[in-house]
Design a protein around this ligand. Sequence first.
Ligand SMILES: Nc1nc2c(c(=O)[nH]1)N[C@H]1C(S)=C(S)[C@@H](COP(=O)(O)O)O[C@H]1N2
Ligand SMILES: [Mo]
Length: 198
Amino acid sequence: MERKFFTKPEADQKQRVPPGQYLAKGFPVLTYGETPQVSTDNWLFKVWGLVTPKTFDWSDFMSLPQQDITADFHCVTRWSKLDVQWRGVRVTDFLEALEIDPKATHILQHSYGGYTTNLPLDDFARAENFFAHTLDGEPLPAEHGGPMRLVVPHLYAWKSAKWINGIEFLDHDESGFWERNGYHRRGEPWAEERYAGR
Ligand SMILES: Nc1nc2c(c(=O)[nH]1)N[C@H]1C(S)=C(S)[C@@H](COP(=O)(O)O)O[C@H]1N2
Ligand SMILES: [Mo]
């Protein structure tokens, strides 16, 4: 591995790096396509499908409980970053503000720019997942998904939509952008669920 881009895990970090992953120096940016520029003044977030439809503006979202959260980050292209420092809203707290139809089993994340990615509802509703608007104490930079992104630490990071602006609740699994392009449906890093059918 190229010294410039990767560092060796410390002994205490080793068991936190999934198989086939390397620790990145810094925080790489991985975006397919253009970086949307969205100001918090214009930002809107919607839920629809098997849920009572609702639209949140920035101040609605900021009035939800806010937490400092440390989480590991694993990209399927083999870089990981441990102990990323975020601030945001836990998915479990966000879900309290919704009325979800009991028939819902899956969600599809939607983003400014058109990116989508799917999750079973159980993977979405986990206690460690959160919407992030702050990285290392600063407003989340646009290239990392600002003003708001989802972070799902237990799955590969393509399941963590940047510039997220909606959640669609479904009674079936529906592939998102990378899932339609050969990536695994679920993307569990410890099982190396990188690509479909491999
Ligand atoms: N909207 C959107 N979200 C996205 C992506 C993207 O291209 N567009 N890339 C995904 C991938 S593959 C990874 S590894 C992470 C990268 O996040 P980062 O650029 O903050 O490191 O964002 C994920 N979320
Ligand atoms: Mo990725």
